[in-house]
Unconditional design. Structure first.
Length: 198
């Protein structure tokens, strides 16, 4: 048997791309259902991520996905927004993960993995307020009741993250831990993979 023709390879690639796009669209619907059941300030945060941060990351080559690493069995939870950027040697990801109970708080996880062994991390960490932190919840502080947290504070949180996206990209692409990147985990004297395990 001969090698597959360019046309059959193109059809296979096109079908794969269509399935990825459908998964992303289904996840958008799933996240919208999750958002609609959330308090108004959580809905505002989610909308601001979609309107401000997702387009900023898409301009940097990231794509919204409905399942991780192209694995249909590994679907993204409704409380998350996940973007990936695939290169020849690596897969970069940015994940916005809302706190359970639909509270107006979320974390931002950053990672780079090997394209040939996508479960092997090159690096991972979190976008934080101070670089001695392992992780940080953006949005409402835990001690303030949701009804007392002003909606304008959601805008401030998103603006702060937007200003730190360049630091996030330097970390993903070059491993640079600027002031907004989480402290590296050390396990038994060995350097850890980052803050995802915190």
């Amino acid at each position: 048997m001969g090698a597959p023709s360019n046309t059959s390879r193109e059809r296979s690639t096109s079908a794969s791309a269509t399935s990825v796009d459908l998964a992303a669209e289904k996840h958008r619907e799933k996240h919208l259902r999750w958002r609609n059941l959330a308090p108004p300030r959580t809905r505002a945060l989610s909308s601001l991520i979609y309107d401000t941060l997702v387009p900023a990351l898409e301009r940097r080559g990231f794509r919204y996905v409905g399942f991780e690493l192209g694995e249909p069995a590994d679907t993204v939870a409704g409380s998350e927004i996940h973007l990936e950027r695939k290169g020849e040697d690596c897969i970069d990801s940015v994940r916005f993960n809302f706190e359970k109970y639909r509270s107006p708080r979320f974390q931002v996880h950053l990672s780079r993995r090997k394209a040939q062994a996508p479960h092997d991390f090159v690096r991972s960490g979190n976008l934080v307020a101070r670089n001695y932190q392992y992780y940080h919840f953006w949005g409402k502080p835990w001690w303030i009741p949701t009804v007392l947290w002003p909606e304008r504070a959601a805008n401030r949180a998103i603006e702060t993250i937007n200003m730190r996206l360049e630091q996030a990209m330097r970390f993903i692409e070059h491993g640079v831990r600027d002031s907004s990147i989480s402290k590296e985990i050390t396990i038994s004297g060995a350097r850890g993979r980052g803050a995802d395990d915190a």
